[in-house]
Write a protein that binds this ligand. Structure first.
Ligand SMILES: [Zn+2]
Ligand SMILES: [Zn+2]
Length: 216
């Protein structure tokens, strides 16, 4: 019983710019690192986090949740409440978004390419070498692809692009900076450049499109 009493559960409601900025992956990594179980999901007003574990670890979680926020995230307001600890918790997971009829969200802006993506972009050995639509949880399109909130791939213009196996593996890997990166894409599965000289012109794709456009 001593053990059971030492376990607590808390629910945090976080408001601000917390969607499309790597917030859920941040929560997942932090909770996992601290050995906490629970879940995080996007809601119509931000994000909801449920964490369970020893009180000291929960305190460390709350501290680092905000002190180590992803660069593009911004928390305007948050609340915490005690919840009933659950049994049979296997780990920490990112769960499906909750919806309501009245979204009160801060839509994330598009973000300039980050240093890590830039390095890949110009690395001939990288599978996204010179891929113009490169992105990750720290950069890339948000506002310009969002059609619906909460922010998830099916609610964006990326819905029609099914991730290839390599991209899907990154999306599922907590250690990847593309973990739950909604616009994740590569030359094999994502959008690509197309160039036509006039509406009826022959289409040129990818590098050819770029070369044609530059020469025009
Ligand atoms: Zn990036
Ligand atoms: Zn891909």
């Amino acid at each position: 019983m001593e053990q059971a009493r030492a376990i607590a559960r808390q629910r945090l409601e976080v408001h601000g710019r917390v969607q499309g900025v790597g917030f859920r992956p941040h929560v997942h990594r932090l909770a996992s690192a601290l050995g906490l179980t629970g879940s995080v999901c996007n809601t119509s007003s931000g994000a909801r986090v449920e964490v369970q574990g020893p009180p000291a670890a929960l305190a460390a979680f709350r501290e680092r949740l905000f002190s180590e926020l992803p660069a593009a995230a911004r928390v305007d307001e948050w609340t915490v409440a005690d919840a009933q600890p659950l049994t049979g918790q296997g780990g920490f997971e990112i769960v499906a978004s909750e919806r309501s009829d009245a979204p009160q969200l801060t839509v994330p802006p598009d973000m300039a390419v980050c240093g890590d993506c830039l390095a890949e972009l110009f690395d001939p050995a990288d599978r996204r070498y010179r891929y113009p639509f490169i992105n990750c949880t720290q950069c890339g399109p948000r506002l310009s692809i969002i059609k619906d909130l909460p922010y998830d791939r099916p609610g964006t213009t990326m819905a029609g692009f099914t991730q290839c196996a390599a991209c899907a593996a990154e999306y599922r890997d907590p250690a990847s900076r593309r973990f739950h990166a909604q616009p994740n894409a590569c030359p094999d599965c994502g959008p690509r450049l197309e160039y036509r000289a006039g509406a009826d012109g022959e289409p040129f794709l990818g590098e050819d499109a770029l070369a044609r456009a530059a020469a025009t």
